[in-house]
Ligand binder design. Structure first.
Ligand SMILES: NC(=O)c1ccc[n+]([C@@H]2O[C@H](COP(=O)([O-])OP(=O)(O)OC[C@H]3O[C@@H](n4cnc5c(N)ncnc54)[C@H](O)[C@@H]3O)[C@@H](O)[C@H]2O)c1
Length: 417
């Protein structure tokens, strides 16, 4: 099939590259010229395991451009545009609006086109926001003159390619049979359950899934904080719980909390939307509260060792929101660094992939090499990159937010174990 991808970020580029690898011809459209140039050179502009190799392998089947009129050359357009939070916690739909205008103008000139929304959008957005823009700009009717599907993405950064190619399920929200058939064909080689729903159900499945996973993490962090006071190892508790099929072990690793480009913004957007319907999402409000406090516990522990951390050399290992990504959006390292700056510590940081991104928000701290971090009064582990396992921690004061077993050789304390 001829496929265009609007927005070549983490989701768009992974989707486009994987579809190209499945022999589809793919055009990635992105407003960011640097990203476009990099993709056309066969170099991934983001760090994601295996992405550069897969992109280079499929160079002849994937091109990138800044010009949305290229949508015309394709039969299907995936919307993979960002949906960040606004300051008031609402979802910012400005990228989606522009994308829908661009696509609508192209649909006007075509017989049939399918628009597949992969961006995370609140229930009702496809029906009440995107379709009206597409119809207005095309002068055509959704379901009759062009197809629309809401197909949320569940990939995890760091394992994005693996997740895209081997999903646990594919959710397809569509309300016309022609589009349903096209999506069935597109995903025919994926051997996982396919859940067919309406638009709003597909949108809500994504939010409810992220909300549930974040809840699991905040839950085990709360249990972990209590276990630490009782001198109980919370990881043993998680193992014991995880054998129960109703619970599952995944997402029960306690630590400094969840971050990233999805959980924080999605959960806040869902809470804000529910408030407008006079529905208080009490569990989720507390899930966020637990998460906001969790990273600061690492500084509280630090203060047990030094009554004042002013002027102390604090080394930080890991800045990305989790290992194997350069993404620092809502990374738990951000509140920790802010707090250390407030307390006037001297901060040295290292991350294998995320330092360039971090420098954009914290230019004033020292970006160091990995070995130099060891020469600090205390070392905080904020992301569990595999390379941190090889360090010699003997004799060093380590406060660990990620449960790096190897760091236990040092003078060691875990955040909630
Ligand atoms: N990152 C994840 O792990 C993940 C997982 C599942 C779902 N999602 C959802 O997928 C969506 C995309 O997330 P992402 O992390 O890939 O975002 P991203 O910010 O990495 O990528 C979005 C891209 O869109 C481009 N863009 C913005 N406006 C544009 C326009 N008008 N035309 C063309 N390009 C434009 C940006 O330059 C950027 O490259 C979001 O809704 C997100 O919630 C993300």
């Amino acid at each position: 099939m001829n496929i265009s991808i609007l927005g070549a970020g983490y989701v768009g580029l992974v989707t486009g590259t994987c579809l190209a690898n499945m022999n589809h011809d793919v055009i990635c459209i992105d407003v960011n010229k640097k990203k476009v140039e990099s993709i056309n050179k066969g170099i991934a502009p983001i760090y994601e395991i295996g992405l550069s190799e897969l992109l280079a392998k499929n160079k002849n089947r994937i091109i990138a451009t800044t010009n949305p009129s290229n949508i015309k050359k394709t039969d299907i357009t995936f919307i993979c545009l960002g949906t960040p939070s606004k300051k008031n916690r609402n979802i910012d739909l400005s990228n989606i609006k522009q994308g829908a205008i661009d696509i609508g103008k192209i649909i006007k000139q075509k017989d049939w086109h399918v628009v597949i929304i992969k961006s995370t959008i609140l229930p009702g957005t496809t029906k009440d926001f995107i379709i009206p823009i597409l119809e207005k700009n095309s002068g055509k009717k959704a379901g009759r003159d062009f197809g629309v599907a809401m197909n949320p993405e569940f990939l995890k950064e760091g394992k994005a390619i693996q997740d895209f190619l081997n999903p646990d399920r594919i959710v397809i929200g569509t309300e016309d049979d022609k589009t349903k058939k096209i999506l069935k064909k597109l995903y025919e080689n994926f051997r996982c359950p396919k859940v067919f729903t309406g638009f709003s159900e597909a949108e809500m499945i994504k939010y409810a899934s992220n909300a549930f996973l974040a809840t699991k993490i905040s839950f085990i962090n709360e249990i972990g904080n209590f276990c630490k006071k009782l001198d109980i190892d919370t990881y043993k508790i998680a193992d014991g719980m995880g054998y129960d099929k109703r619970i599952e072990r995944a997402f029960l690793n306690s630590g400094i909390g969840w971050g990233g480009s999805c959980f924080p913004k999605d959960i806040k957007a869902l809470i804000t939307m529910a408030n407008k319907y006079d529905e208080k999402l009490k569990i989720l409000e507390n899930v966020v509260k637990v998460n906001d406090l969790q990273p600061l516990k690492i500084v509280e522990i630090l203060k047990k060792h030094f009554p004042s951390i002013k002027g102390k050399n604090i080394g930080v290992l890991g800045l990305s929101f989790k290992k194997d990504t350069d993404d620092i959006r809502e990374s738990r390292a951000i509140p920790v660094i802010k707090k250390l700056l407030q307390e006037k510590a001297i901060i040295k940081v290292y991350d294998p992939k995320a330092m360039d991104n971090f420098k954009k928000i914290f230019p004033q701290i020292n970006y160091s090499n990995i070995n130099n971090i060891l020469n600090s009064d205390a070392i905080l582990i904020l992301t569990d990159w595999d390379e941190f396992r090889k360090l010699n921690y003997k004799g060093k004061l380590i406060i660990d937010g990620r449960r790096l077993e190897e760091a236990k050789q040092g003078i060691y304390e875990g955040i909630c174990w």
